[in-house]
Design a binder for this molecule. Sequence first.
Ligand SMILES: C[S@@+](CC[C@H](N)C(=O)[O-])C[C@H]1O[C@@H](n2cnc3c(N)ncnc32)[C@H](O)[C@@H]1O
Length: 279
Amino acid sequence: MRNPDGPSPPGGSSTGGRFEFGRNWKAFLSTVDEGRIGEAEASLREMLECADLRGKSFLDAGSGSGLFSLAARRLGARVRSFDIDPESVACTEELRERFFASDSRWSIEKGSVLDRDYLKSLGTFDVVYSWGVLHHTGDMWRALESISIPVAAGGQLFVAIYNDQGALSSLWKRVKAAYCSGRPGKWAVSAAFIPLLALKSLAAGTVRYGNPFGQMKNYRQERGMSLYHDWIDWLGGYPFEAARPDEVRRFCEKAGFELSKMVTTKGWGCNQFVFRRTG
Ligand SMILES: C[S@@+](CC[C@H](N)C(=O)[O-])C[C@H]1O[C@@H](n2cnc3c(N)ncnc32)[C@H](O)[C@@H]1O
């Protein structure tokens, strides 16, 4: 991954105080294999409580690498993907080219979850998927309200939003802002935190697998993701907001949804929610 401005830490970069997710996803693409795709498919099947998505329409809002659009397409859905970052759009197109070249049942474009007119123009979908996206828009609650627009009556809304840890989340917000403040900030944050994250992973591997490298080896079980690219996404992912599970639940219930599945964390990761539109 070449940076025209000179060397930068591997993974995502930043412009104008925003993290360039697409750059990080571009680096991740070389790791996408059958194993990761299988894990991504399994995560969709488990959370949406279905064997496949045949006959369903699936909107991937903030598609990133495109892995979950690919997984949904492989499960049989008609897929529409969009992302605000042109490099994320390009990554999603690359995965379509690799696995579903010239496919008429998978369309990809640039778009924003904050653009209500755009969302209205898409029509409605059986499944709207926006994993780890809304908290990076700079206006999370408006994004959550807007992303409900394309959910069909009786359709499912699957969102994942960072867990609000109070003062700790505020601290991480400052770290991410520093990462995105320019080259020195990015280097300083990477130099300070990557060794800490590596130590944390070694400790987690020892506790969970009885092997310091256990977490690194098995990380793909986390929705097919890659530990290193997730570290970069975590350190740089700015804008950053977070919410408590009860806040998200209440917000969506007021908007005419009922909760069908929720997986929460006590840590700094995402709480995951699947709602069904009842109204
Ligand atoms: C952490 S990634 C998640 C990608 C993917 N959903 C996944 O689960 O792997 C967040 C993505 O949201 C995109 N994003 C941020 N703000 C957005 C917006 N306003 N509209 C659409 N996508 C946005 C970023 O460009 C990035 O690709």
